[in-house]
Design a protein around this ligand. Sequence first.
Ligand SMILES: [Zn+2]
Length: 302
Amino acid sequence: MALVSMTALMNHALENRYAVGYFESWNMESILAVVDAAERTNSPVIIGFGGQFIGSKKRAIKENIHHYGYLGKAIAMQSKVPVALLLNEAHTVDLLIKGLHSGFNAVMYESHDLSFEEFTNVNRYLVKTAHFLGAAVEAEIGQLPDSDISNNTISKGEKTDPDLAAHFVESTGIDALAVSVGNVHLLESGHAELDFELIRCLRKKIKVPLVLHGGTGIAEDDLKEAVDLGMCKVNVGTVLKRVYLKHIQCYLKKNDVDHMDPHNVIGRGGEADMLCGAREAIAEAVVKFIKIIGSENKAHLI
Ligand SMILES: [Zn+2]
């Protein structure tokens, strides 16, 4: 299968009452794990990287977004299922434009500092550029609260205003709208309380596919109901890093790596390879979500 448009994946999901998952990666084995899971379940999938991480000014080693774009595109093009490639939540337009030129076929800009008018203008420009290059644009109206596990707090968010969101979609021409309906970014412990009435209202007023971020922190039944009400893309990130870390932590507790051949621990790819196990842990988590959101066995229908 080739790289497929994110809009095509979302529209198929919307018409057939399931959601396609965006599973955020950070390196080679984490992105391969997502495709492993999608191929195993014959599911369409959106792969990609977090722009706020890759492009962060605080990053110890400055990254080149082209490396991530070319890598993601190569993986998408070799996959057996339809795959879209998203550069998610980047904080600069420059990074997104570079991303569009290096293989990403979907982008999302994030800023909490701009006025509504400025934010609209940036997205209008992005839509023009992305559409010219055959790519899609997602944007969020409202603001998801952020969970912070280090001090057990959740920041104050702002739910999506349906009229404002409808106006924004009309005036920018974006392809997908991320909404704030009780979902929480980075939430791991406990479950977000989704506002199903608001989801219903948004589905009626908004003409483009709706996206639910913060998939990790939503209870299985709530996620199913949200999809049933018309959410056709669900973002999952935090839990993938958690299971990856857990696997490495357990491995290092169980094995005396100082007395092991390092090639067996990393790189040989055998039974004892720590990173193969970590990749498998991610794939298992992704499979679980694919089943919940209903995209299993939909790949061949697209
Ligand atoms: Zn998000």
